[in-house]
Design a protein around this ligand. Structure first.
Ligand code: NDP
Length: 506
């Protein structure tokens, strides 16, 4: 084992809160060989056997909730409420797939589509990719590690998780928990930095990645070279559209929570707001008032902060640059706008910007910070055009008392999920697909049958119901047999009597 270690620091005060080994490419290869060897036995257990292990694992996680969320808080400094929410959502998702995996993975028998193929019996079976590589980011590290791994494990795959070097502690601990319950050795954590992630891409048979578009493109490119599938959940620039008839009180509360939850470090956070002119000023007034009340600091459940620090000084610099760019191009900082003091960590003030436009980074680039840029628009058509004027298409929201109109606007938005009069709720609804459009990703990230079937290769097994010694399509090709077959095929394919019968006259 390597003697290279990574110190993990609290984003709140830079103190060291733990350390993990940083695995080399050789060590990743060895770890993957280990789980690859165990995987056939795991697959053989069948869905019910695997489900039993996942249910025991859920119970272990429940029994270790304080320890796990404590580690998560130490490495992210997020409020206790949000650390617990990560765990709760992970457990709920484990239950969802435990309940539905058997049905989602069951063999299927679609009927033959034509008279000729009706004589065949088709079975579609699903076989897991032997090793799934899960590469996770630092913003929601526990939820992403568990939510991506649980369906893969249930599908019968072995899983290797590479957490972000900034937040490996909770992930490492919960994967230790898998070993503690005595489960088969098909779940392993390989901590390290980017190079360790790259080594996972070299070893796995399927890659599930969450992170920046830049790194996602590198991973997708390498996966394509290796001819292995990848599912990439990348950045977002989620638009919120507030129409004139919206419930402004609910919409403004949602904007502040949806934009500043986890200090804005969420791929599906509200990143830009378009408000119809007649309600713009009132909406800004309410949002500003609420943003003022958002408390910055640390929260261990007893203290009262609503948002913690950004994950690192690098993120603080990115957010600061984006806000400065907006101001230099004419935006107004209504509240916030800079590093929060007096805390020494990477804290940023809850920030509301107006007078923004699409020349500004805050309206174009992903912002992982507690910022809400608000833009006045003439009408819904302009709001839709601007919302779609983005390289990203993860999710969005529409606010109106007329829900039918909300649905209409939703259908015109280029985003994988749209909430009407709500924010982030697509994340909590596990049957919903979670798949980004455009530069927000490829593949089915999570949700429903697709969220587990993606970890499997489909196999078609075709049986002949009747088995004569010979088949009309087989050799030899004779003119008489060919004429007969062609007439039958025309009869079957044509949709009008004239074409069906034309060749039968000759
Ligand atoms: P990255 O995309 O670089 O990191 C995500 C994960 O990928 C981490 O585990 C990282 O490891 C790993 N990684 C880095 N390089 C490679 C590689 N070559 N091969 C395989 N794995 C690799 O995100 P950043 O930390 O750089 O964040 C930058 C921006 O990305 C943020 O400002 C935000 O806009 C966006 N982002 C989006 C997220 C989302 O949920 N969609 C999540 C996180 C970030 P390590 O951290 O150890 O370097």
């Amino acid at each position: 084992m390597t003697d290279t270690r990574i110190d993990v620091r609290s984003p709140a005060d830079a103190s060291i809160v733990g350390s993990v080994a940083s695995l080399s490419a050789t060590e990743v290869a060895a770890a993957v060989t280990g789980i690859r060897t165990e995987q056939p036995g795991w697959e053989t257990l069948g869905i019910r056997g695997r489900r039993e292990w996942l249910e025991r694992y859920r119970d272990w996680l429940l029994d270790h909730d304080d320890e796990v969320t404590g580690l998560l808080q130490a490495e992210t400094s997020k409020p206790l409420q949000e650390a617990r929410l990560e765990l709760a959502m992970s457990l709920d998702l484990i239950n969802y797939y435990c309940k539905n995996a058997e049905a989602f993975l069951a063999d299927e028998h679609p009927r033959g589509h034509s008279v000729i193929t009706k004589s065949k019996r088709l079975t579609i079976t699903r076989h897991p990719y032997p090793v799934v590589g899960v590469i996770t980011p630092w913003n929601v590290p526990l939820l992403i590690a568990l939510a991506d791994s649980a369906p893969a494990l249930l599908a019968g795959a072995a899983v290797v998780v590479k957490p972000s070097e900034l937040t490996p502690l909770a992930t490492q601990r919960v994967i230790d928990g898998w070993q503690e319950i005595g489960a088969p050795g098909v779940f392993v954590c390989t901590p390290g930095a980017g190079a360790t992630g790259a080594a996972v891409v070299e070893e796995a048979d399927f890659i599930q990645f969450t992170g920046s578009t830049r790194t996602g493109i590198r991973i997708g490119r390498r996966a394509a070279e290796r001819l292995i599938p990848s599912s990439l959940e990348l950045g977002g620039k989620d638009a919120m559209i507030v129409l004139a008839d919206a419930d402004l009180e609910r919409a403004s509360n949602a904007a502040v929570w949806g934009g500043m939850f986890n200090s804005g470090q969420a791929c599906v956070s509200v990143e830009r707001v378009y408000v119809e002119a007649s309600v713009h000023d009132e909406f800004v007034r309410r949002v500003t008032q609420k943003a003022w009340t958002v408390r910055v600091g640390t929260n261990d459940g007893a203290s009262k902060a609503d948002i913690g620090p950004l994950i690192s000084s690098t993120q603080l610099a990115i957010v600061t640059t984006q806000v400065q760019d907006a101001v230099s191009k004419g935006a107004t900082v209504v509240t916030g706008g800079e590093r929060a003091q007096p805390q020494g960590g990477a804290f940023f003030q809850p920030t509301v910007l107006t007078g923004v436009d699409h020349t500004m980074q805050v309206m174009q680039e992903e912002t992982f910070g507690p910022t809400l840029p608000i833009m006045k628009v003439a009408n819904a058509t302009e709001a839709i055009r601007l919302a779609n004027d983005s390289p990203y298409g993860l999710s969005a929201s529409v606010w109106t008392r007329n829900t039918e109109r909300g649905r209409e606007v939703a259908r015109r938005l280029e985003a994988g999920a749209v909430n009407v009069n709500d924010v982030l709720s697509n994340l909590f609804l596990f049957p919903a697909p979670h798949a980004g459009w455009k530069k927000s990703g490829t593949g089915e990230r999570l949700g429903g049958a697709a969220g587990i079937r993606k970890y499997c290769r489909e196999q078609a097994i075709i049986e002949s119901r009747i088995t004569p010694h010979d088949e009309p399509l087989w050799f030899p090709y004779t003119p008489g047999k060919h004429r007969l077959i062609w007439r039958l095929l025309r009869f079957m394919i044509a949709r009008d009597a004239n074409r069906k019968l034309r060749k039968f006259g000759r």
